[in-house]
Design a protein around this ligand. Sequence first.
Ligand code: FAD
Length: 508
Amino acid sequence: MPSFAAIPDRVQPMSPEDAERLANVRPGGWRRPKPLSVYQLVVIGAGPAGLVAARAAAALGAHVALIERHQLGGDCLNDGCIPSKSLIRTGRLLADMRDATNFGAVPPAERVFDFRAAMLRMRRITARISRTDSAMNLAREGIHVFFGTARFTSASTVDVDGMPLCFKKALIATGSRSMLPDVPGLAEAGFLTNETVFDLQVLPKSLLVIGGGPLGCELAQVFARFGSRTLISHREPLFLPLEERDAAQMVSDALARDGVEIHLNSTATKVWMEGDQRVVELVNDGNTATTRVDHILTGIGRVPAVQGLNLEAAGVAYDAANGVHVDDFLRTSNPRIFAAGDVCLQHRYTNTAEASARIVVRNALFLGRRRMSALTIPWCTYTDPEVAHVGLHVKQARQRRIPVKTFTIPMHDVDRAIADSEENGFVKIHVREGSDKILGATIVARHAGEMINSVSLAMVAGIGLRALANVVQAYPTQGAAIKQAADACVRTRLTPTLFKLARWWLLR
Ligand SMILES: Cc1cc2nc3c(=O)[nH]c(=O)nc-3n(C[C@H](O)[C@H](O)[C@H](O)COP(=O)(O)OP(=O)(O)OC[C@H]3O[C@@H](n4cnc5c(N)ncnc54)[C@H](O)[C@@H]3O)c2cc1C
């Protein structure tokens, strides 16, 4: 059985940047507010879901208590999106420098990369973004911020390290934790997770990443670009299990180009120490090989953080694998208690956590009937090229017996992608056959995360693919690939009869 990573005690500042972040997200000497007799909303967990809900409810006049056991901002700010994207940017610069001659520039004579400076930049960025979600700001917005571990004591009360709080409504937004592979010897040898990798002081000479999901692929590429000998092992035949095969293959090719040693269909079966190196046994199709690395980073997935909440006392149904059970309105089995974000949803992304929190505020406090299933939520893996998706995959559409027609534009047919030497990738838009209703899209491109938003916009606004052909875009842009797909869709309207008619009209 996989187990859970322990949260490291990172309250000791490592740099002035860290000190600034901590002063915002976990200020020393924070004075607990005097609790009200009852809160309209008690929010447990101050990650993206909890913060959005607390702020929206307080802005509408509700009395809100927000409980956080670790650091405001949750995984996204402190151990996830922001630190990883900051390092990814450095990795991208290094990849561009490697490719300098292609652009007519002279590549640096020797490798010039300062890991500590890159990590400091990441800390500066995280500290800067932490200002928005600082405890002081939240208090100014009228939110009662309590630092401590929340535990339900009844259907309408929660305890924060000995202090009872009563609520009319509560939101469980406790997020998720790293899942750890059950590999003999791994715990004894020591390993990194997203909760510790951003604290590295020295660039590892070698790194094995276990797990080829978004986190594993993003960080494997980053460390390879930084100059670590990087290996990635993944149980399945392709990375990114949520993505279409051709997209996942492109990521695999990109990692290989960056020098990542790829071990697909491969399982780590044993770890032990030799000197200060970790030796890992990897099994692939019955063949056993060993490899030595400085560090092991695990990224095999996430598990909902439900431990210790005493959900039984509150009558909230849950299980360890899927987290808190919610209906489409995000209500739990206790009608006073709702859940949002990673703790209850299959798609574990910041935008999903925030969108679900907004639904909870409406449904819990204003008798709203917003449904989670009504949302259209894109996501993106920030490898280079990025892989972004929205809506249905072809396979899902077929399972639902929806006939699909797909329009694909390779990025090497897009003028701006050619000009930028960023030709790896494609835009694929799926419509319901016989119409132009957009069912979903996958984009693999250097800026796929930016590009997917216009497809999402069209889907949410109910705009068909053909209508996108009428949008005059700035030229040249990589987003033109979407318009080119729309143009291809328009051309399918030209049936042989219409063509004959047009020809007759023109040549009459
Ligand atoms: C390395 C990495 C990179 C990522 N990159 C992206 C990305 O690029 N884009 C994207 O959309 N998503 C990304 N994600 C996912 C994103 O971080 C999560 O989906 C998001 O943070 C979930 O928000 P949340 O509010 O549900 O939970 P969390 O952010 O996990 O916050 C939950 C909070 O609850 C607190 N808590 C837990 N239990 C208790 C308790 N009993 N009492 C009090 N407090 C408690 C925790 O300390 C935590 O602060 C990434 C994740 C990782 C790990």
